[in-house]
Design a protein around this ligand. Sequence first.
Ligand code: NAD
Length: 317
Amino acid sequence: MAPDSPRTALPPDTGPTPSDDALPRIAWIGLGIMGSPMAENLVKAGYPVTGFTLERQKLDRLAANGGTAAASVAEAVRDADVVITMVPASPQVEAVAYGEDGILANVRRGALLIDMSSITPQTSVDLAAAAAPYGIDVLDAPVSGGEAGAVEAALSIMVGGERAVFDRARPILEALGRTIVLCGAHGSGQTVKAANQLIVAVNIQAAAEAVVFLEKSGVDLPAALDVLGGGLAGSTVLARKRANFLDRDFTPGFRVDLHHKDMGIVTDAARAVGAALPAGSLVAGLVASLRAQGDGGLDHSALLRGVERLSGSWAGG
Ligand code: NAD
């Protein structure tokens, strides 16, 4: 939850500001599967990047790739012009944003906060409102494209917030992705991301069901996936998850735990506006089942394991 009122002591208005030709200093919070390659792409684009995350080895990786490792959120954001967060879910965004050691209490006025995590739209709305009294502009800017999209700087970035702030952030976002769209007011980026996760989950489930059906029917699976990929059934999911399905390699990628979180976000948000999601609700249950069976740490392509269990063809392991 956002704090009820701003802290009494605002940060100084006079922190270091970039000279006209210097690129903004970036603080990056959350160097996981997505955050590490994204932060490194900013380093490659010439931005000074200072990062903080919970795993020591991820901090070492940033330092080895030209960034600077900080010992805390407060230390990372102190001299930053732009703070980017890429953490798992709403509670972690709130943990790094609020409180004495958080971003709002330690970043200088006039800084820009871009949250790229996938969280509830309401958390984004609350964060923007909580940051406003401190003179900190906020955008929600969740992404799609997976680890490969992060590595290749080819992400789709769906943004919520004000147009002028979006324009300010655009050069940074262009170093991270290819399709960058302002979707509306605060929280809109998260709403679009929730829709994205609905489409991806249902798509993976359908592809997984097709894989089991094809195998049980004795069809040459790689050949079948080749021809399916060239027709209307083709999709980014089918192309990107093909090897996971064929090799039964469920190394994340995108963890089932995170997709479970996202299915909760989209089903709650849809209920709030009166939109029925019959297929989405069913797949949300299947994702929850996968997690309950101990597969939460696997890539979401492991929905195939759930279909195999239901079909009596899972070899176990
Ligand atoms: P991850 O679990 O690999 O990384 C999360 C990182 O956040 C970790 O390094 C952790 O140390 C850090 N973190 C957590 N709490 C922290 C705190 N209090 N202070 C500092 N750091 C903290 O997750 P990920 O796969 O990189 O996903 C990050 C976000 O991006 C999630 O919201 C996810 O839903 C979204 N997303 C992921 C993918 C994907 O394919 N992995 C794709 C699109 C969007």
